[in-house]
Design a protein around this ligand. Structure first.
Ligand code: BDR
Ligand code: CA
Length: 304
């Protein structure tokens, strides 16, 4: 079984991706590290524990990580998934934060990656702050990873948080810069456009959450206040699906990448060196197309 570490800023789609991994027999989740992003890091930790509870997997260790970006300029209250990141529906039975590990996310990443050298698939679904801190603490880290798979960035300069930037990269552009430049392991990226181009329909979404299972009822509850859109994009689930089943991604593009840190409009934008002007050896592997039917199956299994 593939070994996974998952770094999240647990909003609704992180929860969907986590549930997909927990339901997939091909992978084993060794730990979940939490970062601010969709909500505060404390809410993120709580949300992860709620997901583990509903999936009956409370034995998986959860680690608290960064509460703000490297420059500390973000107000992590913002979220389109409600202020608590999971639709603000409350949960009287939600597990308490005393269940978190005492060790912090950054040290946990370093420890576990060393422990299983060459075997860990690191899946990053939020701002990249924990990963950036970890590589600064231990620059040998990327060499010890099997691969890194990121949901983040945008390839056509059209963002979802600012005009030019995608949410995860924009929340900590310096961290995204450090990670895209220093994680020289095979790095897969599910950028915003890719997730949108491979979206599901709202019809799919309704059928999905209306299954008669406890997990589906949980999903229906936390998504009840979602604004009605024309399509259903579970952003983070694409990065997770690619790790669970590599051949679910049917088309890739290899390209050196970095992140814009300054600029009047484009801070946090993913920058692609498609003409190899930087002559960088390390190329990211951008996902282009996926097998949507198989993706749907993985997503469906998540709620059974
Ligand atoms: C990303 O931003 C977050 O809000 C989602 O959880 C996802 O990771 C999409 O841009
Ligand atoms: Ca996320």
């Amino acid at each position: 079984r593939k070994m996974l570490l998952v770094d999240v800023d647990c909003g609704v789609d992180d929860a969907q991706a986590l549930m997909m991994a927990l339901a997939a027999p091909q992978v084993e989740v060794l730990g979940i590290t939490c970062c601010f992003g969709n909500t505060t890091v404390d809410h993120v930790c709580k949300n992860v524990l709620r997901v583990l509870q509903v999936c009956n997997r409370m034995e998986i260790p959860v680690f608290r990580g960064a509460s703000n970006s490297l420059l500390g300029e973000i107000n992590p209250q913002f979220s389109h998934f409600g202020s608590d990141g999971l639709g603000d529906v409350g949960d009287p039975n939600s597990p308490g934060l005393e269940l978190l590990q005492k060790e912090d996310a950054v040290h946990a990443l370093i420890r576990i990656i060393h422990q299983y050298e060459g075997q860990i698939n690191l899946v990053a679904l939020g701002p990249l702050t924990n990963l950036a801190l970890a590589v600064k603490m231990d620059p040998s880290l990327p060499k010890k990873l099997k691969n890194l798979c990121i949901m983040g960035g945008n390839i056509q300069g059209r963002g979802n948080i600012t005009v030019c930037a995608e949410f995860n990269f924009f929340m900590d552009p310096e961290a995204a810069y450090i990670v895209t430049n220093e994680f020289t392991c095979p790095t897969f990226i599910a950028a915003l456009e890719f997730t949108r181009e491979n979206c599901l329909t709202m019809e799919d979404f309704k059928n999905w959450v209306h299954q008669d299972t406890e997990k589906a009822r949980f999903m229906a509850k936390i998504t009840a206040k979602w604004p009605q859109k024309s399509s259903f994009v579970s952003y983070d689930s694409y990065a997770m699906a690619a790790v669970i089943e590599e051949n679910i991604i049917t088309e890739y593009e290899k390209c050196a990448v970095s992140v814009e840190l300054h600029g009047r409009y484009a801070r946090g934008m993913l920058v692609l060196d498609t003409d190899n002007k930087w002559k960088k050896e390390h190329k990211a592997i951008l996902m282009k197309k996926c097998n949507i039917n198989r993706f749907k199956e993985l997503l469906w299994n998540a709620l059974l």
